[in-house]
Design a protein around this ligand. Structure first.
Ligand code: DLL
Length: 436
């Protein structure tokens, strides 16, 4: 079942035509109404009419997060204030916030994009969706809410926090679909178990739509089992829209980009040249329908790849793989490039270690130093020093052989790493210039 069958299963040739037509319009709209694009295009020696095919997009310059910060507050708005229906902002851990506006039509498209994911987990207007993403300037709450309303679900806007009450509502109101971050879903599952419930058996919930942060396969599996649900990974970012830019269907192998609204490219973050499908690189988006804040070649800093395969679900929109990290999270440990997700993958091979972890980065001269804090599972004999040392040295050896890096390991008490009701803070970056 599809939410918008004609669009989601559109034959590829027709979809590319639609994209080209919309891209031409969107680039012209940006150029006409936003001086920054005019300047940048001029510097690059291009005008909107140079876009004759989708491949011509590479001639156009990139836009970065810094450009968005520098344009604060309204420098990238292409419509008059009277047409701005809502404004979101990202807090920006480093410096200036970024502000993103939406027209009424932008909001309608956003709801439709998220709604596709509700159908992907088997939802319909009969479903009860509980939105436990934070509501506010963060796009999670209101984005998922709009999706639920677009489908015609009964929406429960619990927002994040007050976990025991969330669980009570989930049970009493018969929640079918839970939308929140993966960390919060796990906290909800663990708290429900502590309260004496078995949510997989006793709760009606059958699907989760989780995103805003990466989750390892192990964590996904833990959530699936503890809640008894189908897992849909939802990707998005406030600059481009919010949750719903790409969503994972039941085939569970990649996230379909909403290609009627967004054009995705993957580029090498060093050379900025496009890479072949299947190769990892930085995800770049050009928006095709955004009225308020159209983006041309926005560098997301998220690292993923295009999955070059037809999907068994019948949707034709290209898929991206799960985000493995951000270019700015990449650590260079003695010349080796490492993403936190690679470390997480090693950790998940140790059943004695819980899913929660934290990475503390510091400088050691010109080199990055990395301390990994992990906690053992609740029934691990934490006071037996020998067992602890053994675990530490096995983990150290495994990291060394898998990633060729030497990591300082600290095993902390079970349940002592802070659980998150929103995005988990996995990396504490104390490197010079990054201490935000
Ligand atoms: O996190 C929007 C969102 C809300 C997405 C709810 C999904 C669900 P920002 O706060 O602007 O917006 O953060 C965007 O979060 O560039 C990624 O690095 C990360 N991110 C978002 N979704 C995923 C995901 C929202 N499914 C940044 N997997 C992005 C991994 C994700 N990382």
């Amino acid at each position: 079942m599809y939410y918008q069958p004609d669009i989601e299963t559109m034959p590829l040739e027709q979809l590319r035509e639609l994209q080209l037509e919309r891209m031409k319009r969107s680039i012209a709209h940006a150029y006409e109404h936003i001086p920054l694009y005019r300047e940048r295009f001029q510097e690059a020696g291009v005008v909107p009419s140079d876009l004759k095919s989708l491949d011509d997009l590479v001639k156009f310059p990139f836009l970065t997060k810094q450009d968005m910060r520098d344009s604060y507050p309204f420098g990238l708005f292409a419509v008059p204030q009277s047409e701005v229906a809502r404004i979101h902002a990202s807090s920006g851990t480093t410096g200036q916030a970024t502000v993103v506006g939406h027209t009424a039509r932008d909001l309608k498209n956003w709801g439709d994009c998220f709604a596709r994911g509700i159908y992907m987990v088997g939802g319909s207007k009969e479903s009860v969706i509980q939105v436990s993403y934070g509501y506010g300037l963060f796009t999670g709450g209101l984005g998922a809410h709009a999706g639920g309303e677009a489908v015609g679900c009964s929406v429960i806007p619990t927002s994040s926090g007050n976990t025991k009450r969330q669980i009570q509502m989930m049970k009493d109101l018969g929640t079918d679909i839970l939308a929140c971050t993966p960390s919060y879903a796990l906290l909800i599952a663990d708290t429900a178990l502590e309260m004496g419930y078995n949510p997989a058996e006793e709760f009606k919930v059958s699907g989760v739509i989780l995103g805003a942060e990466p989750a390892s396969e192990n964590m996904r599996q833990e959530i699936r089992e503890k809640l008894g649900v189908q897992y849909c990974d939802v990707y998005g970012l406030s600059e481009v829209m919010g949750p719903g830019v790409a969503m994972e269907c039941a085939a569970a192998h990649g996230l379909h980009v909403a290609e009627d609204h967004f054009y995705a490219e993957i580029v090498d973050p060093e050379t900025l040249q496009p890479v072949p499908d299947g190769t990892y690189g930085e995800l770049v988006f050009t928006t095709l329908t955004r009225e308020c804040c159209p983006l041309v070649r926005y560098r997301t800093r998220d690292v993923t790849r295009i999955i070059p395969e037809e999907c068994s679900c019948g949707r034709t929109h290209r898929k991206i793989d799960r985000i493995i990290g951000r270019t700015d999270d990449m650590m260079i440990i003695r010349g080796v490039n490492v993403f936190p997700s690679q470390i997480e993958q090693v950790i998940t091979g140790f059943p004695e270690i819980a899913t929660q972890y934290q990475i503390v980065l510091t400088n050691n001269g010109p080199l990055d130093r990395i301390e990994l804090q992990v906690e053992p599972v609740a029934d691990f004999p934490f006071d037996e020093i020998r067992k602890l040392e053994d675990l530490k040295s096995r983990l150290h050896a495994e990291l060394k052989s898998n990633l060729q890096i030497s990591v300082d390991i600290r095993i902390v008490e079970p349940k002592s790493i802070e659980r998150s009701e929103g995005k988990a803070k996995r990396i504490i970056d104390l490197r010079k210039g990054n201490n935000a």
